[in-house]
Ligand binder design. Structure first.
Ligand code: SAM
Length: 387
């Protein structure tokens, strides 16, 4: 699988300089052909499933607490449809929910997908080539010079393993974990404040989380990692795993927010690209076509159960083109050709705590919309039914 490097190589290499670009072969699997679903085997280290933070990435827009909430929905639905054989996260980002569910055995397997090649490649290498990435991380000095290097570095091919290192490095050293655009390094260019560029780069902690990802993949609990647009992920899962339709696949979709997300991701739902123009964003519904496309697909063509989370914006449950309906509405053709059901759609508000800065925490409500069996969707405690 390639050259192993002892750690920490930055101190034992004669020049002290890290390798810039790996030339080793890409990981054995992952890419064009989907992976067969294999029986899951016991984890090497089950205690990792209990870690508070399981993702090696600190992902912008990841909501602390939501993975637990999704876990509760899945657990409640087991009484009716059993545990998911496959849990698909097509807007994976930091994949916090997939890792939590796979580690706890709440879903038998998870499939991680994201349209951002930097993010998808990170998960592919973290899953299938874990030891290489761990070694590579240990040899990487966490300095401003290296931040400048990774910011401008361009891979020579999409299979370059160093894309994963670029993602990990920039995610852990850039303000708010933002991978693209204008966000600068933690601590600024002068590095003279209370936070330094390496303050979020605890290599021991990241190594443990990377091992957990590798363990999930080696035990077939991470079924695969795809770099795809959400619609391709949904269509391809139905095509590749038809034996699991309709109840044994559950997908959890956490698309870019209606507001703010253009600043956060390389891939957003903004037709003009991933980054907002200077001066901020105002909600302009003419530019929200992708949100309508997703809603229409979920209401009419989704062939398996889905859970969707969004920022709580009134238009989402008020607009017929979005999620005003309380039931899926496939056409007769979609019902007969694709086997789409007319499942009921349940909506709940959930209060979540999230970090504004490392010191300030705040609360915000998140909208959850789902086609899980309605009798199993909680409407007490933290789940507030929408009148
Ligand atoms: C809100 S974030 C997901 C955060 C994730 N739930 C977590 O806990 O870290 C949205 C993600 O969707 C991805 N994305 C944007 N447009 C996409 C598309 N058309 N298809 C698939 N993924 C997309 C972005 O790259 C980003 O990682």
């Amino acid at each position: 699988m390639g050259t192993r490097l002892s750690r920490p190589t930055t101190t034992n290499r004669a020049s002290g300089a890290p390798r810039l670009v790996a030339t080793d072969a890409a990981p054995a699997h992952i890419a064009s052909e989907p992976r067969r679903l294999e029986p899951v085997t016991p984890l090497k280290d089950a205690s990792c499933g209990l870690m508070r933070y399981q993702s090696p990435l600190r992902y912008p827009g990841a909501k602390s607490g939501l993975s637990g909430v999704i876990g509760e929905l899945i657990t409640a639905a087991r009484s009716s449809i059993g545990p998911p054989e496959l849990f698909l996260e097509p807007f994976a980002g930091g994949s916090a929910t997939s890792l939590r569910l796979a580690g706890a055995g709440l879903a038998n397997r998870v499939l991680i997908a994201d349209a951002d090649p930097l993010v998808a490649r990170f998960w592919q290498v973290a899953a299938a080539d874990t030891e290489w990435l761990i070694d590579r991380m240990w040899e990487e000095p966490v300095t401003l010079e290296r931040w400048d290097f990774w910011r401008s570095w361009k891979p020579s091919s999409a299979s370059d393993r160093d894309i994963a290192m670029k993602c990990l490095f920039l995610n852990r050293t850039t303000f708010s974990g933002i991978l693209h655009g204008r966000a600068g390094p933690i601590g600024g260019r002068r590095q003279d404040g209370p936070y330094s560029i390496d303050c979020r780069f605890n290599k021991e902690g990241i190594e443990r989380r990377l091992r957990f990802v590798g363990d999930l993949y080696a035990t077939n609990r991470i079924a695969d990692v795809w770099c795809k647009d959400w619609q391709h992920s949904l269509v391809d899962v139905a095509e590749w795993y038809p034996q699991l339709l309709p109840n044994k696949v559950v997908t959890y979709l956490d698309p870019p927010y209606l507001e703010r997300s253009m600043r956060l991701y390389g891939k957003s739902f903004d037709p003009s690209g991933g980054y907002a123009p200077k001066g901020g964003i105002s909600i302009d519904w003419s530019g929200k076509a992708e949100h309508y496309r997703l809603a229409e697909y979920l209401r009419r063509r989704a062939q398996f159960r889905w859970i969707l989370s969004y920022d709580n914006h009134p238009v989402l449950i008020g607009d017929e083109g979005l999620y005003a309906a309380n039931q899926m509405g496939p056409t007769a053709e979609e019902r007969s050709l694709l086997g789409v059901r007319s499942w009921k759609i349940s909506k709940r508000l959930v209060n979540l705590r999230y970090s504004v800065t490392s010191k300030i925490r705040s609360e915000r409500s998140e909208l959850l919309i789902t086609t899980l069996p309605p009798g199993t969707v909680p409407s007490d405690g933290k789940f507030m039914a929408i009148p």
